[in-house]
Design a protein around this ligand. Structure first.
Ligand SMILES: N[C@@H](CCC(=O)N[C@@H](CS)C(=O)NCC(=O)O)C(=O)O
Length: 278
């Protein structure tokens, strides 16, 4: 599954790509999950970037491991995802996006907006880490089955307190962004952090459908942003393609029903009043 397209500017953006490289951008990420790689994929897809999803190609896993094991020149990534742009190896999802976005035309051309986008992306990284820890609170190297009790406690506070707090914050960021009329998180047009907010909502909906059904009632702007992103032609085409893997229980967002909030019971129908005795 490779993606080779020429990098183009945004159709509706205020900024175009800053620089394109003759070589396609190489994305390195585990080939069977959306995971953190998906935040990068969405940006590459929205920009119709010329990229290769290396680990999904023949021999690609070996190539990825070569970087992780230090057999390649350049910066040593701690973990996937990472990208190769020209000769530069760039890792850490939020950092990758900050480096790619100007090239892809997915962030405005001013320092304040770029810093704000960075802080929104890093906050999304925080909630993604907490979503992971909800099912793996004791250790990432242990099976879920070996930490189910702890996961239940951890997930209870995640769904009750942390999801509303993080998503409520994104809702506030939208409400305060008068430049876009509350449509986008940073600046006047779509940026890479809007794509990541979309992915965050999708992942949380998959993992915690009951908790999200409740939380979303207080998140009209964020859900409208999610819908707006889903309808963008390149994103819609990507989501319908085989390049978009389904969520699964190996990724970050996992659906274990026992970790979700309880389903809201429908209000019991009012019983017909007992007939009055005559
Ligand atoms: N903070 C890093 C986290 C990277 C990360 O944890 N990657 C996972 C997959 S999503 C991994 O491969 N971890 C292996 C490890 O930590 O050894 C980022 O945001 O990119």
């Amino acid at each position: 599954m490779t993606r080779r397209r020429r990098t183009r500017g945004r159709s509706d953006g205020t900024t175009g790509p800053e620089r394109t490289s003759a070589r396609p951008i190489e994305l390195y990420y585990w080939p069977t999950i959306q995971g953190r790689g998906e935040f990068i994929r969405l940006a590459l897809e929205e920009a119709a970037a010329d990229y290769v999803d290396v680990a999904r190609t023949k021999g690609g896993m070996r190539a990825m491991m070569g970087f992780l094991e230090g057999d390649e020149a350049g910066a040593l990534p701690f973990a996937a995802p990472f990208v190769r742009i020209g000769d530069a190896i760039v890792s850490q999802t939020a950092n990758v996006l900050a480096v790619l976005a100007p090239r892809l035309g997915l962030v405005p051309d001013d320092d304040a907006a770029r810093a704000e986008a960075g802080q929104v992306q890093l906050t999304i990284a925080d909630v993604v880490a907490e979503a992971h820890d909800a099912h793996h609170p004791v250790g990432g190297g242990l099976y879920y089955e070996d930490q189910k009790k702890e996961a239940k406690r951890r997930a209870a506070s995640f769904v009750k307190e942390r999801i509303p707090r993080y998503l409520g914050w994104l809702e506030d960021v939208l409400a305060r962004n008068a430049a876009s009329g509350g449509r986008w998180l940073v600046g006047r047009e779509l940026t890479y952090v809007d794509l990541s907010a979309f992915q965050l909502v999708e992942g949380l909906r998959y993992a915690f459908p009951n908790a999200m059904a409740q939380a979303e009632r207080k998140l009209p702007r964020l859900i409208a942003l999610r819908d707006r992103v889903a309808k963008r032609p390149r994103i819609a085409a990507y989501l319908a393609s085989e390049r978009r893997l389904p969520f699964n229980e190996q990724g970050i967002f996992r659906h274990y029903p026992e970790l979700d909030a309880p389903a809201r019971r429908r209000a019991a129908r009012a019983r017909p009043a007992a007939k009055a005795k005559r």
